[in-house]
Ligand binder design. Structure first.
Ligand SMILES: [Fe+2]
Ligand SMILES: [Fe+2]
Length: 512
């Protein structure tokens, strides 16, 4: 591309000095384009395929939240590029990325590898020193687990998904700095992050601690309007930092069909189609939720004709018996914090089933739970127990001959129309060690949609604290960790990794 002319903002002069940014991350990485985004003094970014002869230069645009963005277009697919900030001819060795493969899979390994982190932002608890201390080092340990695994099998991650609650406690800019940018520095420089909105992205809300006391705290907002964000009790309203920080596609910048909003979007990475829904704001308003659903149907209709795999992410799990976050009403009043779990199940599960979704990933519950390859489970566990379930298909699963060593399960599901696997992995920055205030005692990590986890007993010895339900967490894992997805033409392999990088759960969906 060097010397090929181009627009006024794109030329071949890279003669400056590297200027270190305060934060640096990649957005909208596609097969032929990327946005390099940072906060700092540099006003220029240069890229190139030769680390010491960067030849493509773009003047940055200043964007919301004191960020700068340089968008590069016309890149070659499946190609490694290096980059500098400030106009330097030579890139620091840590600053590189690889473009997405052209409508297929990477040529070097034939495999799209996706790292999935939920509720990882616990290092952002800077205003609350006791929570900061309590969760200190967990996000880093989860990251180390992923690195142990990927170093061992010598295959890097290609992209990163975040399932919400990315920056405790309020999703403020300083929470994001401490909980995201300071923790995942190397990953954010090398692969694009695609997030979704959790309840802790929406700043402070009113929470009644007793009949007479209402406090302002993070994670409890039920507003559908991002302009009602506030991160100090007396602040005037402002746009939520999430929307200032992330450059998300609303007009087909990276595939899919236009959503018209940054709150939910879709994109392609090779033959994997990924949808990020907004279960925190959009889902709170019936009309907006309907618009999101209509968009999703159209998006999936288009994607099923081109994508090998469809993965959907959003924060509030349709099926979960996590501590404090129960997806099922069981005849009791559902908390306003958790209402989106039920709304998303009732409104969106039929769409996932009817339009070819393979895998749904959620956070919110700070534990790992993973469903059978299931269909038509709308009611909660209580209703199912009472015989009100419509249809529940659980493919046979066996314990382990497929995978050796300390590896759980190993079911191989053959792709079947209408069946979907739902996984909850809100344990990227903390793992709840007891049931908390479950509305029904004894149900912690015991949802009938979820498979029994053979290592529940093994990991129960690793957690501290007293279980209110007597260590009754057989259908989930109460340890920190993250998920790793490997997509290729014939298989979607999915793992849950602990902080050592051991695979504690694994399954695959195979093409017919
Ligand atoms: Fe959370
Ligand atoms: Fe949450």
């Amino acid at each position: 591309m060097a010397g090929c002319g181009g627009s006024d903002s794109q030329n071949t002069v890279c003669t400056g000095t590297e200027q270190a940014p305060k934060r640096l991350f990649l957005q909208q990485l596609t097969e032929n384009s990327v946005i390099i985004k940072w906060r700092g003094d540099a006003t220029i970014a240069c890229i190139g395929t030769d680390i010491s002869k960067l030849g493509i230069r773009v003047e940055a645009v200043a964007t919301e939240g004191d960020h700068k963005e340089a968008k590069f277009t016309g890149l070659k697919p499946d190609t490694a590029y290096y980059y500098s900030l400030g106009g330097a001819l030579t890139a620091p060795t840590s600053q590189f990325f690889k473009t997405a493969p052209a409508s297929a899979y990477p040529v070097d390994d034939g495999n799209v590898r996706i790292w999935v982190l939920g509720d990882s932002g616990t290092a952002g608890y800077i205003e609350n020193t006791s929570d900061k201390t309590k969760y200190s080092g967990i996000a880093e340990a989860v990251r180390q687990g992923m690195q142990n695994f990927t170093n061992a099998d010598k295959q890097k991650i290609d992209l990163l998904l975040m399932l919400g609650d990315n920056a405790y406690n309020n999703g403020s800019d300083i929470n994001y700095q401490a909980g995201l940018f300071d923790i995942y520095k190397s990953e954010l420089k090398n692969v694009a992050l695609w997030p979704t909105i959790g309840n802790h992205e929406m700043g402070l809300g009113s929470f009644a601690t007793s009949a007479t006391t209402v406090i302002q705290t993070g994670g409890v907002s039920t507003s559908p309007d991002p302009k009602t964000y506030k991160d100090t009790a007396n602040a005037s309203t402002s746009l939520m930092p999430y929307l200032n920080i992330f450059s998300l596609p609303k007009a087909v910048e990276a595939g899919g069909i236009p959503s018209g909003t940054k709150q939910y979007y879709s994109f392609n990475y090779g033959k994997v189609h990924i949808v990020s829904l907004d279960s925190q704001l959009t889902a709170r308003d019936t009309v907006q939720r309907g618009i999101m659903k209509d968009w999703l149907v159209k998006d999936l209709q288009a994607a099923t004709t081109t994508a090998d795999w469809i993965v959907v992410i959003f924060h509030h799990p349709p099926y979960s018996k996590g501590a404090n976050h129960d997806s099922d009403s069981d005849g009791l009043t559902v908390s306003s914090i958790d209402k989106p779990q039920i709304d998303m199940r009732n409104d969106f599960v039929p769409v996932f089933q009817n339009y070819g979704v393979d895998l749904v990933l959620n956070g919110h519950s700070h534990s790992y739970e993973r469903s059978y390859y299931l269909k038509n489970l709308y009611a909660g566990a209580g209703s199912v127990t009472n015989g009100n379930s419509t249809e529940f298909i659980a493919n046979a699963h066996t314990f382990g001959p497929l995978f050796s060593g300390r590896t759980a399960h190993g079911e191989e599901y053959t792709e079947t129309d209408g069946n979907v696997v739902y996984a909850v992995a809100g344990n990227g920055g903390k793992a709840d060690s007891d049931a908390g205030s479950m509305r029904v005692a004894g149900e912690w990590l015991n949802h009938m949609a979820h498979v029994l986890q053979p290592f529940w007993q093994f990991v129960s010895t690793q957690i501290s604290g007293t279980s209110k339900s007597g260590q009754n967490h057989k259908n989930g894992l109460a340890v920190p960790g993250s998920m790793l997805i490997d997509a290729n033409k014939n298989r979607l392999d999915v793992r849950f990794l602990n902080t050592k990088g051991e695979t504690l759960d694994q399954f695959a969906i195979k093409k017919k």
